[in-house]
Design a protein around this ligand. Structure first.
Ligand code: AHG
Ligand code: MN
Ligand code: MN
Ligand code: MN
Length: 334
């Protein structure tokens, strides 16, 4: 499809080739896009509309919620609950499955999301995002249970993220490649600007929160120390480093110019096998990364193959440029 195509047009044309497509998915995606435009507006207005700062509530993972964590969660719910495409929703900011209110019909999809990713960055005007994943409801038209959501990432129908950066972008996959759209505020539409996004196989840029170094396992210690050794070390080249602390921004950078991102397994808190959450961070991002030709692993297994045990499960994440992720995987096998 040519550059300049709107997202609406893109989805309709994409779905036209799928036998039995009823238009439900197209309509669902349209509602998600409306929610994302609404979130983009709220994030962009920021202090002008009094949405900055924290609340005194905590979410299920014990993080203090920002005002915008709660506002964006509410926006996602309100825009997606009414139309009859969903049998349930789940989010970082809700302990349990969100049941569609009785006054609305139930549909055949499940929506899982991180309404505001990188929310520690929101008060300092650094990029944040939204991540979403669409699954099929095992029993269409019936209220979803928690178990219904616990499907491996390979079962995703669609995964996407919005990046509220210097421009607002939406990047998504339905399982045949990755396409990026930029919000044109003048016409209120996402326009295809990054067709067929591909992650370069090689890179000289890595991203990791180095303050956790003393907790890393041996393979990651080795990999990072070799990157730092640069052209005088075993890798024979200099590396650059970035850490935004918004996974959406890191993944977007990697989709644009390559790189490797790691939030690996560590010994910081034995009850947490990693920092990032499988169902609404690791899994959708892994789908996108693989569709763009990259790799995504815990170091021990492919993230998309993991069968979730609960909604808020955490996993180690190592993703990005294929050849570089393979180096880290090799160190895990050694
Ligand atoms: P969230 O804001 O949705 O809770 O996610 C934050 C995540 C992820 O986006 C980022 O990569 C990571 O946490 C940042 O962790 P550090 O604070 O350890 O840098
Ligand atoms: Mn959070
Ligand atoms: Mn997040
Ligand atoms: Mn979040």
């Amino acid at each position: 499809m040519h550059t300049g195509t709107t997202l609406t047009q893109f989805i309709i044309e994409d779905q036209r080739h799928i036998a039995g497509a009823s238009g439900d998915f197209t309509a669902l995606l349209n509602d998600i896009v409306t929610a994302i435009k609404t979130i983009s507006n709220a994030v962009n207005k920021g202090a002008l509309i009094g949405v900055m700062g924290a609340l005194d509530t905590e979410n299920v993972q014990g993080e203090t919620q920002k005002k915008l964590d709660v506002i964006t969660n509410e926006i996602m719910i309100r825009h997606n609950e009414w139309a009859g495409h969903l049998a349930g929703m789940a989010s970082e900011e809700m302990d349990d499955v969100y049941l569609i209110p009785n006054r609305y019909p139930l549909g055949k999809y499940l929506l899982v999301f991180d309404p505001l990713d990188g929310s520690s960055n929101v008060d300092i005007n650094i990029s944040v995002g939204t991540i979403f994943s669409i699954l099929r409801a095992p029993v269409p038209g019936q209220a979803a249970s928690m178990e219904d959501f616990l499907q491996p990432g390979t079962k995703q129908v669609c995964a996407g993220y919005a990046l509220y950066g210097s421009s607002t972008m939406l990047v998504l996959t339905t399982g045949h490649g990755v396409n990026g759209f930029t919000l044109d505020r003048d016409i209120g539409e996402f326009v295809l600007t990054h067709p067929g996004m591909k992650i370069p196989a090689d890179t000289r840029e890595f991203a990791i929160n180095a303050s956790n170094q003393r907790f890393w396992e041996e393979p990651v210690q080795r990999y990072v120390s070799e990157c730092l050794a640069g052209s005088t070390g075993p890798r024979n080249r200099d590396f650059n480093m970035r850490w935004v602390a918004s996974m959406v921004a890191e993944v977007h950078r990697i989709l644009t110019r390559g790189g490797i991102f790691m939030y690996p397994r560590d010994t910081k808190d034995p009850s947490k096998p990693g920092r990032l959450r499988l169902m609404y961070e690791a899994s959708p991002m892994s789908f996108i990364v693989e569709q763009a030709g990259g790799l995504s692993t815990t170091g021990y297994e492919r993230i998309l193959d993991i069968s979730p045990e609960n909604l808020h499960q955490r996993v180690p994440v190592i993703l990005g440029s294929k050849n570089e992720v393979e180096v880290v995987l090799g160190y895990h096998k050694a």
